[in-house]
Design a protein around this ligand. Structure first.
Ligand SMILES: *Cc1c(COP(=O)(O)O)cnc(C)c1O
Length: 462
């Protein structure tokens, strides 16, 4: 299996190379050269299998000869062993024909654990075989950083550094990063906001001397291996609801478009998905683009669902690449217009293709809070604010096809918003009960490239 860039000019890579590289050298994102398909029989045969077995069957065609079947099965087993639920991604009913896919039973209580725990294992195995090591640096507004620290802690061939905006992540999110005790994991609290963290990360990738010296690697949501890991739970959920014999739709709380793009891949692989509903908060660039055909950035307005507060939705580029019939030159031009003019118009043909697959909706702050409040008496469910955005948007898409809304985080990860809406402060699951008693360890750093690089080199070469 070969991987090509959405901008058409970067080198074609293997699965292993695409995973270890992250971003393509032409600025594009890697996608498989062809999307493999599973037959109706293959999908029907998944009924009753464990999450791990479904994961193996769904991902195997994408990884080529990077791992043997036995190795790959073993890495999957290790990735999900630390989850707090035997089903890994259990399905719960909310309303008639409306289901909730609980993706928050991983170690850091958000869906990002599904991909991060797996790529922690895949990186470790690939690097050990190469006799190589890398330095992973990530920027986070909260969930990605905690998931990455948890996934890479204690692994031999990796140092992980996470830049987070000092004082601007929730207490639970910060503690999930700062209470990791292993020597290879480093939480860096930057004086600045999330945009500063991301800008310095980009600077590091463009500082080639530093990049080569520490062997910098990225695990943000544009890494193909992360998208791939998320394809699995679309299959496990749909099969539980009688796919391939019955179609299913999904409603996905969306920020960077990674999670919902995984649903698109599942559909292309042959899973009978009728609609994929994009659910945005008040930062609704994707909803506006679907309605108007114009993709135009406005400033980010902070919300109670902060993991969806985005301005430029990086994985949307992968959907555009498909909607433009894989014309990398056309995609590169759109991205140029975005960079220089703050937006672009999607062609008639492409927006038509996108609308056949994706629907969309948005939830304001008031609607999100109202949904959290209502869900408790009506659905017996304490929703996290991101999930509430999805459940709100889902109300406009209920019908004869079963609809599955993705629950992207546990309510206890965002206790303030949940308490404000319901009066109930959600408790952390028991396995995380001592989070507030564990000692914290972090380094403060100014918003200064040289200072950050010095801290990282000190950590790597210590
Ligand atoms: C990251 C995140 C999202 C958004 O996911 P994308 O893949 O960026 O669309 C939604 N909810 C939670 C809780 C998250 O952490």
């Amino acid at each position: 299996m070969r991987y090509v860039s959405t901008r058409g000019t970067a080198p074609v890579l293997s699965f292993e190379e695409a995973m270890l590289t992250g971003l393509a050298r032409d600025g594009g994102l890697y996608v498989p050269a062809e999307i493999p398909t599973l037959s109706r029989g293959d999908i029907a045969a998944m009924a009753g299998l464990s999450y791990e077995e479904i994961a193996f069957r769904v991902m195997r065609p994408f990884i080529g000869d990077t791992f043997t079947d036995a190795e790959f099965g073993d890495l999957i087993a290790r990735a999900y062993a630390g989850f707090g639920h035997a089903a890994r991604a259990p399905l719960k009913q909310l309303q008639p024909n409306h289901f909730l896919l609980e993706l928050f039973h991983g170690p850091t209580l958000a869906f990002k654990d599904f991909a991060m725990q797996l790529i922690g294992q895949l990186f470790q195995a690939a690097l050990a075989r190469r006799g190589d090591r890398v330095t992973i640096v990530g920027a986070t507004s909260g969930d990605t950083g905690s998931a990455a620290m948890e996934a890479f802690r204690g692994l031999d061939n990796v140092d992980v550094f996470i830049l987070f905006p000092h004082g601007r992540v929730s207490d639970v999110q910060r503690r999930q990063m700062t209470t990791v005790s292993e020597d290879n994991a480093h939480a860096l609290a930057l004086t600045g906001d999330f945009d500063d963290c991301q800008a310095r990360l980009k600077d590091m990738f463009n500082h080639f001397e530093f990049r080569d010296r520490v062997k910098l690697a990225g695990v943000n949501s544009i890494n193909w291996a992360r998208v791939l890991a998320q394809v699995v739970y679309y299959f496990s959920a749909a099969v539980s609801l009688a796919a391939p014999h019955r179609p299913v739709s999904f409603c996905v709380p969306t920020g960077n478009f990674g999670d919902i793009f995984a649903g698109y891949i599942a559909k292309r692989m042959g899973l009978p998905i009728e609609k994929l509903v994009i659910a945005t908060n008040q930062n609704d660039i994707l909803h506006r683009a679907m309605v108007s055909g114009g993709y135009t950035t406005e400033g980010v307005t902070p919300s109670i669902s902060p993991s969806m507060d985005i301005q430029v939705s990086s994985n949307f580029e992968r959907a555009l690449f498909e909607a433009y019939d894989r014309d990398g030159i056309a995609v590169a031009q759109l991205m140029d217009e975005l960079k220089t003019g703050g937006g672009f118009r999607i062609s008639q043909g492409a927006i038509g293709q996108l609308r056949e697959i994706f629907a969309s909706g948005r939830a304001s702050e008031a609607e999100t809070s109202a949904m959290i409040k209502r869900a408790l008496p009506e659905m017996c469910e304490l929703l996290c604010p991101h999930t509430a955005v999805g459940v709100h948007v889902a109300q406009d898409h209920l019908g004869p096809t079963p609809l599955v809304t993705l629950a992207t985080a546990h309510p206890a990860k965002f206790p303030d918003a949940v308490e404000a809406a319901t009066g109930i402060r959600p408790a952390l699951p028991e396995r995380l009960g001592d989070l507030f008693d564990r000692p914290e360890r972090m380094r403060r750093v100014e918003n200064d490239l040289t200072a950050i690089e010095a801290l990282i080199e000190e950590g790597v070469f210590a």
